[in-house]
Every structure is written in C-alpha cells, then in structure tokens.
Write a protein that binds this ligand. Sequence first.
Ligand code: NAD
Length: 478
Amino acid sequence: MADDEARTATKESADAKQQEPAGGQTGTDQETGDTVTEKQALHEGGTGDGQVTPEAPGSTPAGERAEISNFEIVNHYFNRAAERIGLRDDVAAVLRSAYREVQVQIPVTRTDDRIHVYTGYRVQHNGARGPYKGGVRFHPEVDLDEVRALASLMTWKTAIAGIPYGGAKGGVNCPAGELEAHEKEKVARSFMSKIDKVLGPTRDIPAPDVGTNAQTMAWMMDEYGKLHGHTPAIVTGKPISLEGSYGREAATGRGLVYMYREAAAALGIRPSESRFTVQGFGNVGSWASRIMQELGAKLVAASDAFGAVRSDEGLDAEALASHVADGGRLRDFEGGEEISAVELLETECEVFIPAALGGMIHKSNAERLRCKLVVEGANSPTTPAADEILEDRGVFVVPDVMANAGGVVVSYFEWAQNLQHFRWEEREVNEKLGRIMRRAYREVAARAEKDEVPFRLAAYEVGIERVADAARTRGYIS
Ligand code: NAD
C-alpha cells in the first residue's frame, strides 16, 4: 500500500508544482512534523512477506533491469536462511520489517524557476547491534520499496562484517544526473533538515550511495551542524578536508578485491592472470578495476548507463577512470571498441563484477554470463531466478551482503576517527579493512562448508543469527 503510494509520488514528482506528501499508513512525528511510519514488525501487516513474484521467462530484455522488487529479493534470501536456521516465525516477522520509516517532501526551485517536488525517505531497519547505518541514494527510481530493501541488506551486511551497527538506507527520487551542483546542494540540505531528528552520531549515520558523493556528505554535515553544532560523525564518506577518512572513497572497490582474492584462491584462479568485466564503472566499479589492475588482472570490458566498451588486450582502468572524471562516456573511450550492454555480459572472463544497480542479472540474461565467478559490487544485482541459474551452471557468487561491505567498514573507521578527533594513515585503514573482509569471507566460507549451502545463504544465516542474538540479549525481543 505505502509502496504504491510512494511510486505514484515518484511519477508525479517530476514536474509537479505542488504536491501533498504521499501518506500511507502514517502518522505525523510530534517533533518534526514529518510524515512518519514507525512500527514494530509484529503490528505490521502487508509488507515484505518475502513472496517473490516469479519472473516470467523473457519478461525483461537481456540488457535491462528486471522488474522485480528489491525488497522481494532481499526477503526471499532472508526467508530461506531464516527457515534453515529454524528462526521462529514471530521473530522472523520482527527482523524482516523495518523499525522506522520516514518520508519527507523536498520542494526545490530549479534553474527553470519552477518548484520541483521530490520525495525523500529514510528507513531504519534494525538497530539491535548499534546505531543505524546506511547510504543515501539520489536517483529518479528511488522508492520506498527500494529503500526498505537496501536498509534490510545493511542490517545483515554490518552483522556479517562484524561491525557495531544496525542497518538503514535513505534516498531521494530526484534526477541526480540532470541536477546542477547548486540544485543537488538544495536537495541534500533540504533532505537533511527534514530527517535530522531521527539521525545522530549514536542514532543513525548516513553515507554516500548512487548519485551522492563526498561533496553531498559535506553539505549534509554542514546542514546538520547548523541545527546541532559541528558534528563530523553525523555522516561518513566526507571529503578528507572535512574529517573524512583516507581510503574511504576506494573502500567498497578495495573490499571487493579482498573478497576476490579469497575466492580466486579457493577456485584456483591466479589474480595476476585473470580477466574481469565491470558493469557500472562508477565509484565502486572504477575503484575495483584500478585495484584489480594493480594485481595484474586485465579489465576486458566495462559499462556505464550509456553504453559499454571492450578490449581483449585490456582497457587501462586508470585512463578509463580519468576519461569518466573528465565527463566522458565509456563508449567514447578510445582505448577500446564500443559494444552493447548484452555483449558486455557475454564477454569471456574469469570474474564479472556487477557494480551498477539492482536486478541487472535476471532470468533472461544469467545464461549469457561467460565467467567463473561473480563478485557483487552492486546491491541486489542478481534476482533469485538468476541466482539459481548461476548455481546450476557452477558459477561461484560472492554475494553483495558480504562482498560490498568495504564501504561501510571504512565508514565505521571514519566514524571511530571522528568520535576521537583522530586520523589514521591510509595504509592502516586498508590493512584493517583487509582483516575484516578476510575474516567475513572465512566465517561465511566455514558456514557454507558446514551447512553445504551456497555463500549467499550461509552469509544470511550468519547475519540473521547475530542480529537475533543481539535483539534477544538486549531484551528487544524475548
Ligand atoms: P555510482 O553512481 O558512482 O556508479 C554507478 C554506475 O553505474 C555509473 O557508472 C552508472 O553510469 C552505471 N549505471 C547505471 N545504470 C546502468 C546500467 N543500466 N548499465 C550499466 N551501468 C549502469 O554508484 P556507486 O556508489 O558506484 O554504487 C554502485 C552500486 O554499488 C550500487 O548498487 C550501490 O548501492 C552499491 N554500493 C555502493 C557502495 C559505495 O560505497 N559507494 C557501497 C556498497 C554498495
């Protein structure tokens, strides 16, 4: 119900001059005046029972995203793992749904002199293990369903990585790619000023995600500071000049590479002789590529939202990153030939790194992948149907919920540094990141071996057990 309303709000927001905040099963926050749904899962009906709508064969063209709800994907995996570990139904109901969901209106006057109304969300999924933690996405397709899914994923991710956080996510359904810098700043400040009451360095700490970056975090920190005094620990992923951490920008990509090295060793792949492809050459994809290249691995194809490029001799990841930083599109890169999104999937390689958006690997294209290993940089890139196809084909998957935790791990380091007003060297950050990623990989691998299940299921089992244990121990559930 709330999902449908949020989607309607998304569609209407583009040119609306005025819009009532989309309501749903909501009340008004007494402190903030915001539209808020706050609930304990047992009282909730309806959302996220984990039933995945089956993907119809051929329903999605091979080069596009699947029309499947991200929340359904996450809950599908949650339900399978919860059942395997024998989690009681009532406890599963608490852990499946979000603790608090905030929806706010963001009216922004753009350079066309019109007010564009966007909708912002902050979903705090579970705080049993520590303050809520999760990124903020600026993208026209953001809706409540997606933010809920990403918040839930953060709960399991922080638990699997063993860092003291809960899970949250935020987003604004604005056309981030079209916004001028000053318009983006207005969105960031307006969003922060409307959700600040549910945030705080010991409460909920946002970070960058798709469409946001260190600059966005700087604006959000500044806005929070106007209301509460200078508080660097309110957001992570900040610029170095504003108490950001060395190594944060590259952290998710670097974390993927640590995971790759572990998996490659298990599969008998030599990183220095391997070929890899990257779908989504943004922050995560480009950093993973540059660090893979340092190991001697060869980037043979990469894509962005506008096209793809391939070179059997190898694309220079550094040069490609500079090309993108200068505003170039991948298909125009001179060091390779232009290919389609589907040809990227069909490019032969040892490892494929999806690092774009959710639902990109689905029933209609999973057969086309020509890799031995998938290391998931994006969140929910693989639909359950595609996951089964890959498993049947013997393609090994290191799942998002552990593979892309590097960003939140270094966010944790940044937060710890901010609370102490202290700064660590980059080498120290990277070493500590490596230790945490390797530990997570080995704990999940041990579980997968013991239970004879794929890594994704094993990872969820580990995460759910840790969260359930914390919720019970602190008395949130009995
Ligand atoms: P980003 O905005 O920097 O990059 C996204 C890239 O994907 C861009 O190059 C964009 O052009 C490309 N893209 C978009 N649609 C595409 C399509 N249809 N086909 C191919 N490419 C497409 O975002 P990011 O921060 O790199 O995040 C990428 C993914 O990684 C997201 O799923 C995000 O949730 C996840 N993630 C990010 C972090 C982080 O620290 N940034 C941490 C964990 C997970």
